[in-house]
Design a binder for this molecule. Sequence first.
Ligand code: UD1
Ligand code: MG
Length: 581
Amino acid sequence: MAGHDFSVLILAAGKATRFKSEHSKMLHRLAGQPLGDYVLKAVGLLKPQRTYVVIGHEAEEVRKAFARPGLTFIEQKEQLGTGHALLVARTELERCPSSTLVVVVGDAPLLRAETLRALVEAHGKACAAATVLTTRLENPQGYGRIVRARGGRVRAIVEEKVCTPAQRKIREINSGILCFSRPKLLEHLGALSDKNPQKEYLLTDLVEIFDRHRLKVVPFPVGDAREVLGVNDRMELAQMERILRLRKAGALMRDGVTIVNPECTYVDDQVEVGRDTVIEPGVSLLGTTRVGSACTLRPYSTITDSVLGDRVTVRPYCMISACEIESDVILGPFAHLRDGAVIEQDACIGNFVEVKKSCVGRGTKAWHLTYLGDATLGERVNVGAGTVTCNYDGEKKNPTLIEDGVFVGSGSMLVAPVRIGRGSYVAAGSTITEDVPPESLALGRARQTNREGWVRTRSQAKPSVNITVREAGPVAVVEVNGRLTLGPPVEALGQTIRRVLESGNRKLLVNLTHLTYIDSAGMGALVSAMKATRESGGQLRLSSIQHKVLTLIETANLNQVFEIYPDEASGLSSFSQAPSG
Ligand code: UD1
Ligand code: MG
């Protein structure tokens, strides 16, 4: 190879039409990384003289995501095809110091640096004007087909859309990765046009243009077709994801890791796992995570950017992110560790325990339902169920310090900033607001009092209604005592009225002397009682209403509905007078 006399141009401006997405295809995540990262990484390893990235759709986001030293971004404002991307780059390419330019599509994530290097070498050796990286596919659908001339040179690349039926059968395809003599490219770039059925400037048309000018275009076939697979829609994204996941799982298994079901285990490329570790289904190991040896990762835990020592057990459904877990620790099920939590050797963090920005010392145990935030726990601390470090005062986070050998009883609230001295006991159910000196017992709760017989007294004192019926001549006097409110009191009144009417009594006087309160349901019950009486041909009247209750009745305008008498006697005598109403 002529040293490093080559530059690379990556095409990454496309709109991802087939993704049906608002976002650039380059930013869609593949096995945890933006799609564009893969090609950039492979290209980076080659150390080209210049690396150009043509961006367009979501240019700013793409630029931000991929910004790294040595990249030159070129903006293609309108995306009129891969050839147009080169036209837009023309000025930059004219200034490029290299004699060879490698054009790489941004959506071929499996491409390896070695292959690109071999392509550049082959291109140099063949003294070609262009070299096309090709491969043979069982199903070439969607790819540009390689039309070879006699002698093996490439005469044209025909895009799927314009293939003749015979061309469609060609299984050799264009990877979208081409090596050009930069001067020749610049000389003929202007000949590209969008006068084709796709109405796009097609980079691939350059091959035919070169051929017309008797410039040599040669193929460079790669054996492993997967290497040049493009990602053009979300199904291809999922297929690619699967390939990458299985590839990573395969590498781990070869290195002595048991993966119970590689199809449903998600391990990012950079993750490291030690020997004899067992990874059960549904586990995700993401980012820069490193797992030691002989660990057991039970199903459905997600571990991100964290370091685990040896023989760690992660029971099902844990979330661990940016944490350091030392050897022989047991976590979960359902533990949530985050933001730099450090769990030292032999510690146990059990179910429904959240640990944030805290250090849990050797052999310390918090088995159940606990929150440890901004806390430092020494060695051999026992944290009882339901303990909470109350770290947030509404403005800032405050620290809790629990020294070696402390016993925190269940259900304790440790209001930070607070310190529990070495070897102390915190009584269960305490609210601790002040520091506890070493080797003390802290009792932070009100002394319990028992009121014996309280239940009985309460039920006696319970305000309820008492309804009695007595006869005063032809009139049934219904006396309502207590509170006539929704529920049993209202039901009791209804039952009493029904009983009186059933017994044949048609003249009812409801005496309310001892009615202390009435709500709207109670008023409704009185109205219903009157209605029922009228329907059975009788009359219902009220008497002796206390001032307080009368106000309530008047507010509801019920004084217009009922005949109301100041006392029982006048009520009774009203029945012996001429019937009214
Ligand atoms: C392209 C090739 C096809 C090849 C296939 C391999 C052309 C015309 N076709 O087709 O022969 O078999 O790749 O995967 O080159 N892009 C721009 N600006 C644009 C249009 C596209 O930068 O105006 C970028 C895209 O972001 C993408 C790359 O070019 O990274 C390829 O575009 P894509 O639409 O995927 O082309 P294919 O149809 O796959
Ligand atoms: Mg493509």
